[in-house]
Design a protein around this ligand. Structure first.
Ligand SMILES: [Zn+2]
Length: 340
């Protein structure tokens, strides 16, 4: 629990060292809950690595590189040719992207993988695309724009995106675009902020942002800011939640409309969700912290003002430091120009 009512004196203080401890403990504390969350383990590792590197605190004292890479390689599913969330789990596109993002942070050439593994990964991901351009998460058939972003981002990390994949994938993404300016999970489903990120992010990677009515999309996104708290919600009438600081602000950043929202109120909201006693960030003030909201709260602060916090600048498209992404992407982050 945060020291909610006593937090006035801490207001606007970012407790970096406590967050680092919180993240390290997540990885070393093998509690019952830890084992229950096996299916999220690879994502959890990505959230921890991303939070640490954004705070410029990823090193062998916080999270040993060898342990991280050994863990990822132990999750390789030879049968499918991709990564599962946990050793011996079936491969899935979500854990595969997280694995590739982490490996890419350590080595742009992905030299920890053999050329045979890279070829298998490409085959696995391309094999998830359906004739209508959408992507499944695995061979069990669930379709969702999340998987489009995940597959497109993973192919970009492998340098395996082709014009024909981009053409059909972007056509599917545009079928999920709604009249209100938002995007849904599948064509015709309700607009949701996380879907705006995955759709706009995928279009950015594929260099297809010209398909968008960016003013309409940005208007829907800026309406996500809830006053007086300043936090963002995922849909109209819902409570604000720290993770939307990332989903909404990254998308506005991609569209170069970050200045359409009150960044200082959003910053205060994120800081108010810190647990001042134990570290970590929760979805809303005084709620239980977790690694997911800690990562996206920190990434949100990086988008707001990375220099002020002494952070890495984060790439709104890939959710990785721009120092890493500029080695492989043509996408240019215009983060700074929007605030200064
Ligand atoms: Zn959330």
């Amino acid at each position: 629990m945060a020291l909610g009512s006593a937090s006035d004196s801490f207001e606007n203080v970012f407790i970096k060292d406590k967050h680092i401890n919180f993240i390290i403990e997540q990885e070393s504390n093998r509690s019952y809950e830890y084992w229950l969350s096996e299916h999220l383990r690879m994502n959890g590792l990505y959230w921890g690595v991303t939070a640490l590197i954004t705070m410029k605190s990823l090193n062998d004292k916080t999270l040993a590189q060898k342990d991280v890479i050994d863990y990822i390689l132990s999750c390789w599913d030879e049968k499918s040719g991709a990564f599962g969330a946990f050793p011996k789990h079936d491969a899935h596109i979500l854990s595969t992207l997280s694995a590739l993002q982490i490996l890419k942070i350590y080595n742009n050439d992905l030299s920890m993988l053999t050329s045979e593994q890279k070829a298998k990964l490409t085959k696995f991901i391309k094999g998830l695309q359906l004739p209508n351009g959408s992507f499944q998460g695995d061979s069990f058939g669930e379709v969702d724009t999340r998987f489009t972003y995940t597959a497109i981002s993973a192919l970009a990390l492998l340098d395996e995106l082709t014009p024909s994949i981009c053409k059909s994938a972007s056509e599917f993404v545009m079928k999920c675009y709604n009249f209100d300016g938002g995007f849904g999970l599948v064509p015709g489903s309700e607009s949701h902020a996380a879907q705006a990120f995955v759709c706009v992010g995928a279009l950015a990677i594929m260099e297809k942002l010209n398909l968008l009515e960016d003013v309409k999309v940005s208007s829907w996104l800026s309406e996500r800011q809830v006053l007086p708290s300043g936090g963002f919600n995922g849909r109209p009438e819902k409570l604000p939640d720290v993770c939307y600081s990332w989903w909404v602000l990254s998308t506005l950043s991609i569209l170069q409309k970050k200045h359409w929202v009150d960044l200082s109120k959003l910053e205060t909201f994120i800081l108010s969700c810190q647990d001042y006693e134990k570290g970590g960030i929760s979805d809303r003030p005084d709620n239980q912290t977790d690694i997911y909201h800690t990562c996206f709260g920190i990434c949100g602060l990086s988008l707001i003002d990375y220099e002020k916090y002494g952070f890495e600048e984060i790439d709104p498209v890939y959710c990785m430091p721009t120092r890493v992404t500029k080695k492989f992407t043509k996408w240019k982050n215009t983060n700074q120009e929007q605030t200064k």
